[in-house]
Design a protein around this ligand. Structure first.
Ligand SMILES: Cc1cc2nc3c(=O)[nH]c(=O)nc-3n(C[C@H](O)[C@H](O)[C@H](O)COP(=O)(O)O)c2cc1C
Length: 98
């Protein structure tokens, strides 16, 4: 089974033009492929935090010395990295914002 990781990033969520195009593309991809698993992330609905000092400190603190909040930060980051590594196909819904 192939895994598709789709990341939509429009400010308008599912109503964004780039989201609609990416969703259509993935629909066609799935219709023309054998079994696929889809992981769809919408950064408007569930934003990911920017790197700041506290997050950076969590990454650079040795695992055994991290407090609960730092452990949560690293666990979320590791999960996202694994999601990217495990994906066979990556689809990015990207608007043009200058
Ligand atoms: C904050 C913002 C900045 C934008 N900047 C540009 C631009 O520099 N050039 C352009 O051609 N369109 C620009 N647009 C228009 C968007 O590309 C257009 O609204 C597009 O539909 C956005 O994608 P979305 O619907 O997936 O969010 C901008 C729109 C927004 C909201």
């Amino acid at each position: 089974m192939k895994t598709i990781l789709q990341i939509n990033s429009s400010l308008f969520g599912e109503q964004g033009q780039s989201s609609k195009m990416a969703n259509d593309f993935v629909d066609q991809l799935q219709a023309n492929s054998d079994a696929t698993q889809l992981i769809r992330r919408d950064l408007q609905a569930k934003p990911l935090p920017h790197l700041d000092g506290n997050r950076f400190k969590a990454f650079t603190t040795p695992a055994a010395e991290r407090d609960a909040a730092q452990q949560a930060v690293v666990a979320e980051s590791d999960a996202l990295i694994n999601e990217l590594r495990d994906a066979d196909i990556i689809v990015l819904g990207m608007p043009l914002y200058n």
